[in-house]
Design a protein around this ligand. Structure first.
Ligand code: ITT
Length: 197
């Protein structure tokens, strides 16, 4: 089976491809099909944004599409940056700037519990929204950035059961336990991909 990932984030694409390859699903990029227009992510939930991205992109392409809306939720910040993870601190910041901003907000704070969340949504390109599934990965925010793999907040996030950040643990370990892996596993268990057959 082939499906297009409606994402402009090349790191997500690499992870989605690696995880779904093991399940026999080939992931095409937006570039592979000539590009897709940007979707305005103005919903206030991961489900809302993921659904919007899947519906608008599949309608534009007339092809089956998978979308991913994800972010980092920090308990002591009432779940921030959450759905605003990609825009935390405003436009013009890069991933490293955003990590520093988060470390600044958590300065002297010993309550560092956090989780990554990911919602995978599917639409069939024939006007049907096929549903969405969420996955989470629990952990905590490190005192400093470590590691150089991955993207986004990976240098700060230490998953439960480990002592290294996602950026230190690397792709294979991250993809075996991440929020994205769990969301895809749930989407498969929920039968979303079966609706495309
Ligand atoms: P698309 O909407 O085009 O898919 P995006 O990067 O804008 O790309 P989101 O709106 O879902 O995607 O924002 C997700 C942000 O959350 C992402 O830019 C990272 O800052 C963070 N994030 C999500 N998953 C992550 C992961 O696995 N590791 C590190 N940071 C992650």
């Amino acid at each position: 089976m082939k499906i297009i990932a409606a994402t402009n984030n090349k790191h997500k694409l690499v992870e989605l491809r690696a995880i779904l390859k093991q399940l026999g699903i080939e992931v095409l990029s937006a570039a592979d099909v000539g590009g897709i227009p940007d979707v305005v992510e103005d919903a206030d939930t991961f489900v809302g944004n993921a659904s919007k991205k899947a519906i608008e992109s599949s309608t534009f392409l007339g092809m089956p599409v998978l979308s991913d809306d994800s972010g980092l939720c920090v308990d002591s910040l009432d779940g921030r940056p959450g759905v605003f993870s990609a825009r935390y601190g405003g436009a013009g910041l890069n991933d490293t700037d955003r990590c520093h901003k988060l470390l600044g907000e958590l300065k002297d704070c010993d309550k560092r519990k956090a989780h990554f969340a990911c919602v995978i949504a599917l639409a069939d390109g024939k006007g049907n929204f096929l549903g969405s599934s969420m996955g989470k990965c629990q952990g905590h925010i490190a005192e400093n950035m470590t590691g150089d793999e991955g993207f986004g907040y990976d240098p700060l996030f230490i998953p439960d059961g480990y002592e290294q950040s996602f950026a230190e643990l690397g792709e294979e370990t991250k993809n075996s336990l991440s929020h994205r892996k769990n969301a895809l596993a749930n989407a498969i268990a929920d039968g979303l991909f079966d609706k495309l057959k």
